[in-house]
Unconditional design. Sequence first.
Length: 272
Amino acid sequence: MHAKQSALAPGAHKYQAVRAYLAGLVERELHVGDAIPSERALCERFGVSRMTVRQAVDALVGEGVLVREQGRGTFVAPQRMDFEMRLTTFGEEMRRRGMRPETRVLGMGTVPATADAADALGTEPGAPLHHLRRVRYADGSPMSIEQHWVSVDLVPGLLAAGPPPSMHDALRAVGLDPSWGEETLTAAEATDEEAALLELRGARAVLRATRRTFSADTPAMYSNACYRGDRYSVWVPLSAPAPALVPRLRDGDEELDQREAVGAALEDGRTG
């Protein structure tokens, strides 16, 4: 039996010692998918109740460090990706994190533009679009399902040689360098197909992203993606609001401005 832990600072809550111990195990000894010590073992080690142990474990589950699996136990969770707003590709992001990106193509071909795709790409509904759908993996684990649409008129031979490893590189090759974009994020529940493709167990929360990618003023690509909710968190930089360029009217100013405008109009009528 382990000696009771006694590294707490005076006044610190007991659950903090359990939490710190588990976080240290995850950082230095355990690997993704490893089980943490049982509640009983932790209670004995720290001389605390099961409620205290559960509070510590709950905190780490909430932070994405641990994951509970119904009927099995609590395990070290995979690393979460910060979903920062950058105009990059999945492959670029995974390589930046030291992970190996892989792709499984689910389908590709030419499809008629839906109303949403036509509006995003500045073309007519029914116009021919290149369409590519694939699952993206990092170190062998499924991370997202992506779909891309590009106007056939804009890039006629985009898929002639098969699915490009990078859609951004394929656009650059025809002089359409992705220079900026706009993206909308929503939280949702995975469909049965998405849950199977992403190997989701239990919770089926996903993050949906819809993006338009521009080359200068040209809408070059329309995309949507479904990301695993247990592997991503959104990171957004914030700054203090800038002063308004036009000061807002104070109470009573609007009425004063209206009276001055009426007076000016009457004066113009007398002198015109």
